[in-house]
Unconditional design. Structure first.
Length: 264
C-alpha cells in the first residue's frame, strides 16, 4: 500500500505505541497467576500507550484536536479535525492474556470519520483506510465478503455483561440472528470486529452502546472496503449513538431486519 502522508502519520503512531504494549502484554501474561491480578498494571499500560499516540499525532498535526479513551476531549485550534483514539481496544482480552486487542486510531473531519488505522501488535496485522483510498490489510487491498444470504453468514456481536447495556434487548436480538446465521462470534474487540468485516472474515457485526473510539477507525475500514457501517436504528450519526451494524449491502440489510424483528 502506498500510504498517504496522513495515513503514514497514523501508522507510525500505532507502531510506536505497539512496542510498549507488546512488552506490557508479555508482562500481563506473567502477572496472570498473581492474586492481585494485572488490572492496575493494565491501566498504566493504557495511559502510557495513549500518551505515545498523542505525542506522535500532535507532532505531525499540532492544530488538531483529540478524543481519547483515557484523557477525554482535547480541543484543537483547527476546529475541524479530531483524532479519535483507543490505545488498547479489547482491554478485557489484554488483561486475560488473550492476544486479540488493538490500537485504534480514527480521524474525523467535521464530525465525519475519514481515516482509520487498527493494529493488532501480536499478529502484526495492520488495517488502514482513508476516505476515497480503499482499505488495506498490511500491503493487501481488502474487500467485504460477497455472501448474499444471512443463512450462509458468520455474524459477530458484542454482548453486554455485568453492569453494562440492556441484557433483555440483547437476548431478543441474539435469538433473531441465531435463528438465521450460519455462525456467531464474540471476540471482544470492536475495532477488530469491524476490521474483520472489512477484510471479509466476518460477514456482519452488530453491537450497542459503544464509544466513538471503539468504532471511528473501523467505520472507515468497512466503508472503504465496500461495506456499510451504520446506526442499527437508522440514526444519522452512528459515532454519537454507538449502536452499530456492519456488513455488505445485502447482509447488513438482512441483519438490520433481524434486529428490527427483535423489537416486536
Ligand atoms: C470494549 C471492546 C469490546 C466491546 C466493549 C468495548 P475496551 O472496549 O471494544 O469488544 O464489546 O463494549 O468497551 O473497553 O476494551 O477498550
Ligand atoms: Ca474500546
Amino acid at each position: 500500500m502506498a500510504a498517504s502522508p496522513l495515513v503514514t502519520v497514523m501508522i507510525n503512531a500505532a507502531r510506536k505505541a505497539a512496542r510498549a504494549i507488546t512488552r506490557d502484554f508479555g508482562e500481563v501474561v506473567n502477572l496472570q497467576v498473581s492474586q492481585k491480578g494485572p488490572a492496575d498494571f493494565v491501566t498504566r499500560a493504557d495511559r502510557k500507550a495513549e500518551d505515545v499516540v498523542r505525542e506522535e499525532l500532535s507532532k505531525a498535526r499540532p492544530q488538531w484536536g483529540f478524543l481519547l479513551e483515557e484523557a477525554g476531549e482535547i480541543k484543537g485550534k483547527d476546529g475541524q479535525h479530531v483524532w479519535v483514539v483507543d490505545p488498547i481496544d479489547g482491554t478485557t482480552n489484554f488483561i486475560h492474556g488473550i492476544p486479540h486487542f488493538a490500537i485504534s486510531i480514527g480521524l474525523t473531519r467535521n464530525g465525519e470519520p475519514v481515516a482509520g488505522v487498527v493494529y493488532n501488535p501480536i499478529t502484526d496485522e495492520l488495517f488502514a483506510a482513508e476516505r476515497g483510498g480503499g482499505a488495506y490489510l498490511n500491503d493487501r487491498r481488502i474487500r467485504v465478503a460477497a455472501r448474499r444470504d444471512i443463512h450462509d453468514a458468520v455474524i459477530a456481536c458484542g454482548m453486554p455483561h455485568r453492569g453494562r447495556g440492556d441484557h433483555v434487548e440483547f437476548r431478543a436480538e441474539l435469538a433473531q440472528v441465531q435463528a438465521k446465521a450460519s455462525g456467531l462470534r464474540r471476540a471482544g474487540t470492536a475495532s477488530l470486529d469491524l476490521a474483520w468485516v472489512a477484510a471479509g472474515r466476518l460477514d456482519g457485526y452488530w453491537e450497542r452502546g459503544l464509544k466513538p473510539w471503539d468504532i471511528c477507525a473501523g467505520i472507515v475500514l468497512v466503508r472503504e472496503a465496500g461495506g456499510f457501517a451504520r446506526d442499527i436504528d437508522g440514526a444519522a450519526d452512528v459515532l454519537a449513538t454507538g449502536n452499530i451494524l456492519a456488513g455488505n449491502e445485502l447482509i447488513s440489510a438482512q441483519l438490520g431486519d433481524c434486529l428490527k424483528a427483535a423489537k416486536v
